[in-house]
Ligand binder design. Structure first.
Ligand SMILES: Nc1ncnc2c1ncn2[C@@H]1O[C@H](COP(=O)(O)OP(=O)(O)OP(=O)(O)O)[C@@H](O)[C@H]1O
Ligand SMILES: [Mg+2]
Ligand SMILES: [Mg+2]
Length: 495
């Protein structure tokens, strides 16, 4: 096959259709159909019981809190809520699901026909939500040895702690009309859902831990065609950046095949974080292959209109309104505010401001310093071991003149390393700025003695030359000198 088609060029021939399936793991105390703890991590196979292991004769009972969360998610997505619906069996065989079926919903979802409005590069895109349905997660299979692929592995290990964890799957209708913005719209949609479920308090939505996962469907059709092209489904894309990359990659790959007169195979694909490419997974079952049927062991779910209205009253401020309110209150430009949103630190900045920092200081620490560290560590920014109150504390030390920005970064290192509160880190690491004349004077004298020509210039009134000496004093004192005081001393001594 030829080189990948030129991306801009392909949009003169093809119209993309996007379809996004997002799975959200709920943060309920217990699993979907049993009383086992719903906790991430833990020794393998310690959060299991006959129900989530699918032992014969065990009977599931639905988790009321999960139903509540599903309804609240549905309402926040402007969906209608079913007044009566059932769970369904989705039959398949794979060792991550001992029952040989996943308890899910099919043609009777709890929430349906919603929409989300997204702002991307100054344009508004409406994404229609087909449904949000309830289901359970599967166990986690780890393939060991061999080539690492399923068939080549020496053996496989299975952890059922995740089996039966409550999931909400949110599925869009095919999204048309995004053109060259398809990858960005996909990313903005997933970012929106992540913010939404966090604001609802129903999930921690950590993509890197898999508590929010996206399957990205994309197809291309010749411009003007009256039906959609064949889609591929890139599975479990686990960061916002990857959602964008996976969609652009698939668009160019599919365009190259179509340009060569080839056909797209309907299949799932794996995304490779390292080089931003996808590779084939399995060829995709049609819905009829799953032999869906209504789950006979569970009662139908019939939320009353009163309950739904009670839940509607608990919805948080819609994310778009919240963003507008905070941007106005903080007075940031679109670019500065956008950087906060894109770094995933909006709530963190808000809490840091609430803890006493100015918006500019809160933004500076989260968007520059901490976003970089989260990126390096490969975690979401809110997974860093530092709280908004601690970040506000670091800034307070700067404002009091106890540390400068450079030392403040070392204070952050200490807090992240678990050395305690910012003030304790300053003590333990001896990071305080030295402004005591006695301590600074000797260092200043030393630098003046070593730089007689610079000193002479300053004596002649070329005060700007003091900068070079200040730099050397700072270096000698490992960045811990009070620069303003050093400057005063130099000028006094050379007056
Ligand atoms: N031709 C197409 N091009 C792009 N997207 C499509 C196309 N046809 C369907 N879609 C989208 O792909 C997604 C399909 O998700 P859905 O859950 O309905 O089915 P599935 O992927 O077959 O099932 P499963 O949940 O087992 O993965 C939806 O978002 C849908 O809008
Ligand atoms: Mg699906
Ligand atoms: Mg799918």
């Amino acid at each position: 096959m030829s080189e990948l088609a030129d991306y801009d060029d392909l949009l003169t021939r093809y119209e993309p259709a996007l379809g996004l399936e997002v799975h959200v793991e709920l943060n309920t105390a217990t699993k979907m159909f049993c009383g086992c703890a719903n906790e991430f991590g833990g020794e393998p196979n310690t959060h299991t019981c006959p129900v989530c292991l699918g032992l014969p004769g065990s009977l599931p009972v639905i988790n009321g809190k999960a139903v509540e969360s599903a309804i609240r998610i549905g309402l926040a997505l402007n969906c209608s809520i079913a007044s009566w619906c059932r769970m369904a069996r989705k039959n398949y065989f794979y060792p991550d699901m001992t029952k040989n079926f996943q308890t899910s919903q099919y043609d009777e979802p709890i929430a349906f026909d919603g929409y989300v409005d997204l702002d991307v590069d100054g344009e508004t895109y409406r994404v229609e939500v087909e449904r949000a349905h309830m289901e359970e997660d599967a166990g986690k299979a780890t393939h060991v040895g061999g080539s690492g692929r399923i068939t080549g592995a020496d053996y496989s290990l299975i952890d059922y702690n995740r089996a039966g964890v409550p999931l909400i799957e949110i599925v869009t209708k095919p999204i048309l009309g995004t053109g060259d913005k398809a990858p960005q719209v996909a990313r903005a949609y997933v970012a929106h859902l992540r913010e939404l479920v966090k604001a609802l308090g129903v999930s921690d939505a950590r993509m890197e831990q898999g508590s929010l996962r996206c399957d990205a469907n994309i197809s291309l059709a010749p411009i003007g065609a009256d039906r959609l092209g064949t889609r591929t489904e890139t599975k479990n894309v686990n960061s916002l950046r990857s959602v964008e990359t996976a969609i652009s990659y698939e668009m160019t790959r599919q365009a190259a095949i179509l340009d060569d007169g080839g056909r797209i195979k309907q299949e799932t694909r794996h995304f490779h974080e390292a080089d931003g490419t996808t590779s084939p997974g399995r060829s995709k079952e049609e819905a009829e292959d799953y032999r869906y049927f209504a789950e006979p062991d569970l009662m139908p779910i019939a939320p009353s209109a009163e309950w739904v209205e009670e839940l509607r009253a608990t919805l948080p401020e819609p994310p778009a309104e919240r963003r507008r309110r905070l941007q106005a209150a903080w007075g940031f430009s679109d670019i500065d505010f956008g950087a906060i949103v894109n770094s995933g630190a909006l709530t963190l900045v808000e809490e840091t401001v609430a803890a006493g920092a100015t918006p500019a200081a809160a933004r500076k620490w989260w968007v520059t310093e901490l976003a970089r560290r989260a990126n390096e560590a490969g975690v979401e920014i809110d997974a860093l071991d530092i709280t908004p109150a601690q970040v506000a504390g670091v800034q307070a030390l700067v404002d009091e003149g106890r540390v400068n920005d450079k030392l403040a970064r070392q204070v952050i290192d200490g807090v992240l390393a678990g050395e305690g509160e910012p003030a304790e880190v300053v003590e333990k690491r001896g990071l305080a700025v030295v402004s005591d004349t006695g301590a600074l004077s000797a260092a200043v004298d030393d630098v003046i003695a070593k730089n007689p020509d610079v000193a002479a210039k300053i004596r002649d009134g070329k005060v700007a030359a003091a900068g070079a000496l200040i730099g050397q004093v700072m270096k000698a004192m490992r960045g811990q000198a009070d620069a303003a005081r050093v400057r005063e001393l130099i000028l006094e001594k050379l007056a």
